[in-house]
Design a binder for this molecule. Structure first.
Ligand code: C2E
Ligand code: MG
Ligand code: MG
Length: 644
């Protein structure tokens, strides 16, 4: 019987093309792709051995040793292919930690392959596996069934594993792996009936193509600027890890001044900076990088996930990262400082569900803004707060239905008038189960789940009703500032709704002032600009809230129809530095030259209040004067303080 090599040549061509594509796409850097690389490499070596074996069929006597060598090699390598798929499967399901917990099972699973290895080692002496007979034909021996039994055992193990972890795969990915496993017995069956058609390696190559097309798509996983995993990759990987109860230490690296940097640098330079930050992060990881999953979660948040073998290194890595990221970045002859905070999340001890992890990764603002610090999730999530973050959607819904929301008012002091002439309306959520919840937590969550529109309506109605009331009128205040979220500003008829509400409560536009944040103004979406312009045209004054620290874009301030700029709390924290005071003085001058009023927020001491009055900030807001107060207490406070 003459065996045909053509299918092997095709398999080799396919596998070589796949390897080249993998190299060009830089797929081998990532550990998840690396196992796929091993599968392809093993298949290439096996098919080469098979090609040589078939080419040497019927060769002369002097090649006998070489023929034994290649046949033996092919059997050993070919039999390793299925265990290698299983390793790939374990990597795909992210279950190595589970496998490692069962050393006896692992030992048992290696037994069949050890048998094959032993048989092939002694085969040149006993010829029980195969032999090259007197007519120079390759003839299978009586032990050859061991080879089939071993392959069958691995095939069953792999198949059971695949079915068991089916839920960890997306539908198409599952079917790709399924096809791979199906291809193997089909090829063996065909070859049984038509032994001259050597198609086993060809069928494997086809299976590998399917996997390559449906599973190994690194571009889909990776974010293009940093090369780290995308947010949805993070979501999928974390979901898998939590399903598998995989112990992990996750480091969330947040650039606190991202918003200001983005404002200052614009799109391209911000991307360059993010690239440079990701390179520093990789540098800090050093040779740990191979075992770490890295992600970029948008808005200046990076994440590193360390698996079970690397848990002990997480603190050391966090310190190294902080150290590396404190050095200024050079960008087009500018020196840029990033203010970094790192949060260490130990899973499953601190966080054991996707929702909370996502809140840490994307939404949650860690209160302390001083930067260059390492937080621990367990400290941030004391006393069951962890469940609170997980349940936040439910809490918001409950608040809207049961009326757990209320509006507080924080008085704003006018230096010139020597009295409190305005106030900021600040929303409070008091949940029956979790108590008082910070707007820094529930507002971003409401923006994500869409509840912000109803929340915004509630705040506007509450504030307008208060402004229309007799007790407010008696206070002789000028206006109340109301925060608007970015998401609210995206609603096409927002301006119209607010104008109608003014009519409904019969209050004039100059009695309110709407605060938009700097982030909101960076979205230059038409709807938002239309809303802002329509509100300004209707005579409603606008404030720019949380005006950034140091890098803010004056051009944008100039381009918006603003009447007030609110200096962020960070200004109050930094004003003690004398150089900084020069920057502050000039910035205040510039804002004033644009005919805008300035409110400084977060003033907690008499000294700071004095300092900012000296700097000619005409409005001061902060705990030094008063915390945000419930409506009745606020009325009482203003009556007393304004001597009415
Ligand atoms: P914001 O608009 O910048 O509000 C000022 C925040 O600073 C308030 O936090 C206030 O309590 C706090 N604050 C005032 N004085 C001081 C001080 O002297 N020291 C310190 N450390 N903090 C001070 P709060 O009430 O927790 O609100 C946080 C953020 O949540 C607000 O920041 C605003 O962005 C958002 N928010 C609050 N209410 C609403 C709302 O009704 N709608 C929307 N869209 N966002 C809201
Ligand atoms: Mg505000
Ligand atoms: Mg503010």
């Amino acid at each position: 019987m003459e065996r045909i090599n053509i299918f092997n040549y095709c398999a080799l061509a396919i596998l070589v093309i796949i390897s080249v594509i993998m190299l060009l796409r830089g797929m081998l850097h990532n550990k998840r792709n690396r196992y796929f690389g091993y599968v392809v490499l093993l298949a290439i070596i096996s098919v080469c051995f098979d090609i040589v074996c078939i080419s040497m069929d019927n060769m002369a006597d002097e090649f006998i040793e070489a023929r034994y060598f290649f046949h033996n090699g092919y059997l050993v390598l070919h039999n390793l292919c299925v265990p290698m798929y299983i390793a790939y499967l374990v990597e795909q399901t992210d279950t190595w930690h589970r496998v490692k917990k069962r050393p006896v099972l692992v030992a048992l699973v290696t037994l069949p392959y050890l048998c094959v290895l032993c048989c092939s080692l002694i085969n040149p002496f006993n010829h029980k596996l195969f032999e090259i007979d007197h007519e120079l034909n390759y003839v299978r021996g009586s032990w050859f069934f061991i080879f089939y039994i071993s392959a069958a055992i691995y095939w069953i193990c792999g198949f059971v594993y695949l079915i068991h972890f089916k839920k960890l795969f997306q539908r198409l990915q599952f079917w790709a792996m399924f096809c791979m496993f199906l291809a193997m017995p089909v090829a063996v069956a065909i070859q049984m009936f038509r032994p001259e058609l050597v198609i086993e390696m060809f069928s494997q190559a086809l299976g590998i193509i399917i996997i390559m097309l449906l599973i190994q798509r690194p571009e889909e996983r990776r974010e293009s600027v940093t090369g780290f995993g995308r947010l949805n990759t993070f979501e999928m990987d974390m979901q898998k890890a939590f399903c598998n109860e995989k112990p992990m230490h996750v480091l969330i690296i947040r650039i606190c001044n991202y918003k200001s940097l983005n404002d200052m640098l614009g799109f391209q330079d911000t991307n360059d900076l993010l690239k440079a930050v990701s390179e520093r992060i990789e540098d800090a990881c050093g040779n740990l990088l191979q075992d770490i999953d890295s992600y970029y979660l948008q808005s200046g948040r990076f994440c590193l996930a360390l698996g079970p073998d690397r848990l002990s290194r997480s603190e050391e890595l966090a310190n190294r990262l902080l150290e590396k990221l404190t050095f200024p970045f050079e960008l087009r002859q500018m020196e840029i400082n990033v203010v970094t905070q790192i949060c260490l999340v130990c899973c499953p001890e601190d966080v054991s569900d996707l929702q909370t992890m996502l809140a840490f990764g994307t939404g949650m603002e860690w209160e302390d803004k001083s930067g260059n610090t390492i937080h621990r999730a367990k400290d941030l999530l004391q006393d069951g707060n962890c469940n609170m973050i997980r349940d936040i959607d439910l809490i918001i819904e409950r608040a809207l239905i049961k009326g757990n929301l209320s509006v507080y008012y924080q008085p704003i002091y006018s230096v010139k008038e020597g009295r409190f002439n305005s106030a900021e309306a600040l929303l409070r959520l008091n949940d029956e189960e979790y108590g008082e919840i910070s707007p820094n937590i529930f507002i971003p969550a409401a923006e994500k789940n869409g509840a912000i529109q109803r929340i915004g309506d509630f705040v506007l109605n509450e504030v307008f009703r208060f402004i229309a009331s007799e007790e407010y009128k008696a206070l002789n205040m000028e206006y109340v500032e109301v925060n608007l979220s970015v998401v609210q500003c995206m609603k096409a008829d927002l301006a119209q709704e607010i104008i109608e509400l003014l009519k409904k409560y019969d209050i004039s536009p100059d009695q309110i002032n709407l605060e938009i944040t700097e982030t909101a103004t960076t979205y230059s979406q038409n709807i938002m600009m239309d809303n802002i312009n329509a509100l300004a045209d209707a005579g409603i004054a606008l404030s720019l809230d949380d005006f950034g620290t140091g890098y803010s874009n004056m051009q944008r301030v100039a381009s918006l129809p603003l009447s007030i700029v609110k200096l962020d709390k960070d200004f109050a924290n930094m004003s003690t530095d004398s150089k900084y005071e020069i920057v502050l003085r000039n910035m205040i001058r510039m804002i004033k030259d644009m005919n805008l009023k300035i409110v400084v927020e977060g003033i907690e001491t008499a000294g700071l209040a004095e300092q900012f009055s000296q700097l000619e900030c005409e409005y001061i807001q902060g705990f030094f004067y008063s915390k945000p107060l419930p409506k009745d207490e606020f009325v009482e406070f203003i009556r007393k303080e304004n001597h009415q």
